[in-house]
Ligand binder design. Structure first.
Ligand SMILES: *Cc1c(COP(=O)(O)O)cnc(C)c1O
Length: 394
């Protein structure tokens, strides 16, 4: 016998601890999705928590593209891109994404999580500096840590603090990474200020635009283009295909030298199966719709304005977000859970977001709007929220 800890037992203790703190995560199955409506446990709920911002996830053009590609190519790609998994559908999608975002080239990854790990591991060496917004997505944080970089996190959207973190280390390789639109707060990063800072300090600027692509910019090019910035200012642009585009996967776009380098070095690109070609075909159909159907962005914008106005009238604790992500800050994890349960009783699905996904004391309802919603949906949600105890944020 040894006195080694039993790993499964230790894991169980951690789970029990989280449950006691009201922080247990619970997996629940959605039986059916029909636009913004979902069916769960036999009940129909109007969902305000998906990232399908343009309402494309069930669009017939995507479904048709997926089916036709599956009929001709089958399902699995069969291998990694560099072995024999790379098909014309992947190449066409990469080309369309590069053109859309105004980049020289683009490279597909199977998920956004893997894209961020891969980029950071390829760009950063042990001892390099990685400066990040405190509220960046978990996979950007993980990426820097796994790459062995020195991670410094500046207070949310504080360009001066970021400058202080970069200062005085002129010899060290440095990457500054930020969400374009913050996933849990919905606000937009100070991109021009951060780009100017990176230029001054010789740091490489990376933007994760998971929640900006498709939604911001005249043709949905994303937060970077909307801020008037291009490839020179933001050489490393990453975005996902599973949010506004309604599909799954991600890409990194930038100069040819970046993309060639990723193909050589990004382990999460090299050592994994290429996404199904039919999914790439469906995603290309989504890109075309997102570019052409500006009415989806206009409708979403009108719904956001309507929601914010109504919530302000009700005195709800809104956050300063101009995007489809409209969090209601409730403070305690239990308050967020209670509000979510109360909404469910009234026929709405809005999941509570608790620590550690958000900071301690900043639990919230993360309400998301979509072009698939109607004005009456928003009005009904507001009416339900007026009956939900939203308490005082901590
Ligand atoms: C969702 C998200 C990711 C991860 O993308 P997946 O494709 O879901 O793995 C990365 N960054 C941000 C900001 C996200 O919101």
């Amino acid at each position: 016998m040894t006195c080694r800890p039993d790993l499964l037992h230790r894991l169980g203790l951690y789970g029990a601890e989280r449950a006691r703190a009201g922080l247990q995560r619970r997996l629940r199955t959605i039986d059916r999705a029909d636009g913004p409506w979902v069916e769960r446990d036999g009940r129909r709920l109007l969902s305000f928590c998906s990232n399908d911002y343009l309402g494309l996830a069930q669009h017939p053009a995507l479904v048709d593209a997926l089916k036709r590609a599956a009929d001709s190519d089958g399902v699995g790609s069969g291998s990694a891109h560099l072995i024999c998994g790379h098909r014309p559908a992947h190449a066409a999608l990469e080309e369309a994404l590069a053109e859309w975002t105004g980049r020289e080239r683009a490279l597909l990854f199977s998920t956004g999580y893997m894209a961020n790990l891969g980029v950071m591991q390829a760009l950063l060496q042990h001892g390099d500096l990685c400066v990040q917004d405190k509220l960046n997505h978990a996979c950007l944080i993980d990426g820097a840590q796994l790459a062995g970089a020195t991670l410094k996190r500046y207070p949310h959207t504080d360009v001066d603090a970021a400058a202080r973190q970069l200062a005085g280390q002129a010899e060290t390789g440095a990457l500054l990474a930020t969400d374009g639109v913050f996933s849990m707060d919905g606000d937009i990063a100070p991109l021009p200020g951060l780009a100017a800072l990176c230029h001054r300090e010789g740091a490489t600027f990376m933007v994760d635009d998971a929640h900006g692509l498709g939604v911001l910019g005249a043709r949905g090019e994303g937060s970077v283009a909307a801020a008037g910035l291009g490839q020179d200012e933001v050489p490393v642009l990453m975005a996902t295909l599973g949010k506004a585009l309604g599909c799954s996967g991600a890409f990194v776009a930038g100069p040819a030298a970046l993309i060639d380098g990723l193909v050589q070095s990004a382990r999460t690109y090299i050592y994994t199966t290429a996404m199904p070609p039919a999914l790439a075909a469906a995603t290309l159909a989504a890109v075309r719709l997102a570019q052409a159907e500006g009415w989806r962005r206009a409708k979403l914008e009108a719904l956001i304005a309507r929601f914010r106005q109504g919530a302000a009238q009700l005195g709800l604790p809104l956050m300063p977000s101009p995007t489809a992500i409209q969090p209601l800050l409730l403070g305690h994890a239990q308050a967020a859970l209670d509000a979510s349960t109360a909404l469910e009783r009234q026929g709405f699905l809005v999941t509570a977001i608790r620590p550690p996904t958000v900071p301690q004391g900043k639990a919230r309802l993360r309400i998301t709007l979509s072009a698939a919603h109607e004005e009456t949906d928003v009005d009904r949600l507001l009416e339900a929220l007026s009956r939900v105890p939203t308490g005082q944020p901590v």
